[in-house]
Design a protein around this ligand. Sequence first.
Ligand code: GTP
Ligand code: MG
Length: 206
Amino acid sequence: NMKPVQVKLVLLGEAAVGKSSLVLRFVNDEFQENKEPTIGAAFLTQKCRLEDKVIKFEIWDTAGQERFHSLAPMYYRNAQAAVVVYDVTKASSLEKAKSWVKELQRQANPNIVIALTGNKVDLVSSRRSRRMSVDNEDEDDDERDAQELDEDEEDDEDYGISRQVPTEEASAYAQESGLLFFETSAKNGQGVAEVFTEIAKKIPLE
Ligand code: GTP
Ligand code: MG
């Protein structure tokens, strides 16, 4: 049955974490460096073709600014899927994401598929991430660790920004809360299609 299955999806998360940018990447394969804050909410649609079904996402991209919080229930009510977004360079945005997850689990459709997404991974250099994983495997090499720490500090100066949410921390939280988990970059596209494809796979055929 290749008739599109309509799926209502809502994006939630702190202001400026990149919700609209993720949607713009998914729908138009574009990125805007200075995207304006969303007022109220925006509505977009996009199809997602799987082997056995076609999903037509009806996407409600909500505004993260606190003054719009009270509108959110209108958009997550009846939603079959939610993408809850935080910014990997901002620890407080994960706390905000957790409070959205709690609200969804209390107030939304009990079968809602929730994907937790750590966005802006392009701001965290891959060199740095590779070293972090090497450090974890080989914790005894103090001399080299110290040297790498110096390099990390140089990186921080170069970029003025660093990861504040370790992948393992967010993924452990997602697992214990029954959420899908992704890290993405709306800027370079990394992981973005996967978020929507994995959600589509989890939506039951009608
Ligand atoms: P509200 O609508 O206010 O809730 O914000 P939002 O979550 O929709 O964030 P938006 O998509 O407007 O992005 C905020 C800023 O972050 C913009 O300047 C984007 O260009 C930037 N941005 C979004 N995603 C990424 C990303 O993956 N990497 C980088 N480097 N910047 C990003
Ligand atoms: Mg927005």
